[in-house]
Design a protein around this ligand. Sequence first.
Ligand code: AMP
Ligand code: ZN
Length: 464
Amino acid sequence: MKLYLYNSLTRKKQQFEPIKSGAVGLYTCGPTVYNYAHIGNLRTYIFEDILKRVLIYNGYAVKHVMNITDVGHLTGDRDMGEDKMEAGAAREGKSAWDIAEYYTRSFKQDLEQLNVLAPDVWVKATDTIPEQIALIRTLEEKGYTYPTSDGIYFDTSKFKDYTKLSHQDLEALREGARVERNPEKRNATDFALWKFSPQGSKRQMEWDSPWGVGFPGWHLECSAMSMKFLGEQLDIHCGGTDHIDVHHTNEIAQSEAATGKSFFNFWMHGAFLIIQGGKKMAKSEGNFLTLENALMKNDINPLVYRFASFLTHYRKPMEYSDESIEAARNGLLHLQNQVRQITTAGVEAQSSVSAEFQNKFNETINDDLNMPRAMAVIQEMLKSKLSDARKYSTVMDFDRVLGLQLDQLAHDQALPEAVQKLVAARLQARQDKDFATSDQLRAEIEALGYQVQDTPDGMNVVKK
Ligand code: AMP
Ligand code: ZN
């Protein structure tokens, strides 16, 4: 079946064809590990996970590379300000290496909690310094670089198609960026490939280079790593929409200038998680929530956030609120309950997937990952006249993309006897319209570690 994806380069939905038949090279920009990931960042990683699962569902062998930015990402976009890692280290009174390790571990745990498939290659910026230096050398040999007192810069005026991804008006862009311009830069859009350690002080992270002791510019790592690990298989490169104008634009400029070939064929970007009033969730805004603070602290299964992200298309802003999480929590409980109801002993081995619904599902996810519509197809299937065994096989097939661990329900569905008794008593109390007793029984069930939800179909009881 044909797969259509929105490509930020062409600003169109395009049929996806990999460079090498049957295999896809996927590069996703990873976190800067100076703080916890917030649920806005995690929205982007869930979108990328859905993309990867959809590629696998369509039969492609995917090679996925993700970087860990542990040096060189400055607080200002255009190579101004402090290194976020060194600032984070000062904030916490630890070394930059220690905080990198701590927040990398925390990030990987978040991905696991969200059932995001791990990349095939994790790679730290600090582990590819020689490759980054080699890339600068190539650019230098080809005449794209120039030195200033604080580093080696890429001359964007020498690269013809600088705005091919951002579609910005170059003149206006250069005018606008002039405000914070480093006077030694030839063009306001030029960016650092290598920055020197400040005179007279020693950075925690610094390396020798042909140009002097210092550290690589942030954009460089993604070019060096993607080419190192994906080689010719540069199919899809992803990130959040904030990466379009600077980070990805600069990656394209330096990579294409170095190789003379086109860099990635598809560029895909996830829209922001916003909070009420339309503000982007961001570490710099100080308005951010982690998975722990937003969900787990309140005994909410992190997969609720995964489910929540399916309800808004990845190219539309998603609004976070307590209500939206509550709605997703109910939605996931309802789906789990529906699956539980069609799960009987040995059902796993009983039937084949419905071709009709599989086609429908495949068509929606292949239409630029239309998860809101895919969720509707799932409901249509579960409410159809298919046998329970077929519904079970079909929903498990869909869960290869959803990643909601629906197969695990079959194994932990049996409620302990004490809970079963309370549930039976509560059902009776509700039938008798004895709401005081019903409320008391709900509290007793919850005290045993289970969550109760009343739905038009009955009562859902699941482990908290
Ligand atoms: P960072 O750790 O800042 O480099 O960001 C990691 C990823 O999260 C990048 O792909 C960003 O584009 C993305 N991102 C940052 N803020 C948000 C947000 N509010 N909503 C969705 N994605 C975001
Ligand atoms: Zn990147």
